[in-house]
Ligand binder design. Structure first.
Ligand code: F6P
Length: 467
């Protein structure tokens, strides 16, 4: 497959990370120049922790026209190799298989009377998923030094460990899943060939990492039932935590303070804020969150005019119609609640859909209650971030289906995410939590949430793989 070097180590990389989305993306400007944007996240912190001289290389895919143009022009970042996977191959692998099938399976999102349907179109996409995984395996084989450590990320790249193992038996290969893993009965909805190839691909790794024990056990059960066991592959749990130092410093910068003033005005003086911040993935359960808030206003009219639901729902994966429709439904329901309950001086739901990190931190600081109610989630870092940042501490309403529940469940108010009435009751309980209890719980939540910050999370995995 056509793939172009931007920064090649020529077989000298000692530590390699492979992921669909890389740490940088490019946009073609009106004058034809390229603008680079750098991203954050756990892997970026992790790689910076090993230092610039560690011989690290990040292999990622070109995602946009701007990225492909950067590869074509030979523009790139030190330590990043972007693969110019053809757009149609990437679309089938990313939108078709990874986001519309594997994501749906691991988050149990299908409405099974009608879906999934594995037809001829699916098998074309699967071919391209395999091709895309091969492009990664070949690039990694090409770049890795003798005995190097390779850390492959996520459901986009499940076949890479197995393919790479065949090309380079000398490497130490790890794979980390940032999502849940499906229970056996759900996982085997996939065609048998896909089940076999995914599990064989993953089991090509020396070590597999998961965010919680629950997801690790689900994977192990799939291997026991469907692949004759784990073979020699080790399975470990690394619960990614929030980065306290970064969050505390960043949330006190001037742009955040400015957005706090705007948000305070939107909320109105003396009112409590129920805050949620999500990338609008289908698993986040924003619609039921709004229904629960509406139920709260019905069951407890005393909260009308005294509380505001601040909901930031940032669009993601907008190439997929079902994601666009979901965002539209969130907007429709928020508008309906506002028109039904709102008064001239009170807007019950303040919804923003344009991504703004500084504004998210401002909302975290102002939160009285954080609502995190996903129907299923690998971890959910928002649940870990709000207690660290909230100025007055916050009560956390948390779904028992979020990975974060394993570490935060004891000090959160726990909900069944499908139970709208139960969630409304939890919101009321959170709003009326006595201040000293809220402060105590927040302290414990923040401590649990920051137990494994990103740099340590990454280093632990690396040590476990190479040690
Ligand atoms: O929400 C978590 C997650 O699924 C991660 O597993 C992954 O890193 C990321 O989302 C991928 O998101 P995107 O499709 O925007 O690249």
């Amino acid at each position: 497959m056509a793939s172009t070097h931007v920064a090649s180590t020529h077989g000298a990389a000692q530590v390699l990370v492979a992921s669909n989305r890389g740490p940088v993306s490019y946009e073609v400007q009106e004058d034809g120049s390229l603008r680079a944007r750098r991203g954050g996240g756990g892997l970026v912190s992790g790689l910076s922790a090993i230092g610039p001289d560690a011989g690290a290389l990040w292999v990622c895919s070109a995602l946009s026209g701007g990225d492909r143009e950067a590869v074509r022009r030979g523009v790139g970042e030190e330590g990043v190799r972007m693969l110019a996977v053809p757009a149609e191959v990437h679309a089938d692998a990313y939108n078709g298989v990874a986001n519309s099938v594997l994501w749906f399976v691991h988050h149990m999102l299908y409405q099974t009377p009608l879906e999934p349907v594995f037809d001829a179109g699916f098998w074309r996409q699967w071919e391209n998923y395999a091709r895309y995984n091969r492009a990664f395996a070949e690039a990694l084989a090409d770049e890795a030094a003798e005995g190097a450590a390779v850390l492959v990320q996520d459901y986009h790249l499940t076949l890479v460990p197995g393919l790479l193992r065949k090309l380079r038996p000398d490497l130490r290969i790890g794979h980390f899943s940032h999502t849940p893993w499906a229970p056996v009965d759900y996982f085997r909805m996939l065609p048998d060939q896909v089940v076999r190839e995914v599990l064989e691909g993953m089991l090509g790794a020396d070590r597999l990492g998961f965010l919680t024990r629950r997801w690790a056990d689900a994977f192990t059960a799939c291997c026991t039932e469907l692949a004759g066991g784990l073979g020699g592959t080790e399975v470990g749990v690394h619960g990614l935590g929030a980065d306290a130092d970064f969050l505390r410093a960043r949330s006190h910068e001037a742009d955040v303070e400015k957005r706090m003033a705007t948000l305070r005005a939107e909320i109105g003086a003396g009112r409590k804020a129920i805050v949620r911040v999500d990338r609008t993935e289908l698993s986040k359960n924003i619609v039921r969150g709004l229904l629960a808030y509406q139920q709260l206003l019905d069951d407890h009219p005393e909260w009308r005019e005294r509380v505001v639901h601040v909901a930031f729902a940032y669009p993601s994966r907008q190439d997929l119609a079902v994601y666009r429709d979901y965002t539209a439904e969130v907007q429709r329901l928020a508008a309906e609640i506002n028109s039904r309950y709102g008064t001239p001086g009170w807007t019950p739901v303040v919804l923003h859909v344009k991504d703004d990190f500084a504004r998210s931190l401002a909302a975290y600081r102002l939160a009285d209650v954080a609502l995190v109610n996903p129907i299923r989630d690998g971890m959910n870092l928002v649940a870990k971030e709000v207690p660290v940042v909230a100025d007055e501490g916050c009560a956390l309403v948390l779904s028992r289906e979020a990975g974060a529940y394993e570490e935060l469940g004891e000090d959160a108010i726990v909900v069944n995410p499908y139970d709208v009435l139960g969630t409304a009751r939890a919101l009321h309980e959170a709003l009326t939590m006595p201040p000293h209890e809220r402060a105590e719980r927040t302290k414990r939540l923040a401590a649990a949430a920051t137990a494994l910050p990103p740099a340590q999370w990454f280093m632990d995995q690396l040590r476990a793989l190479t040690g």
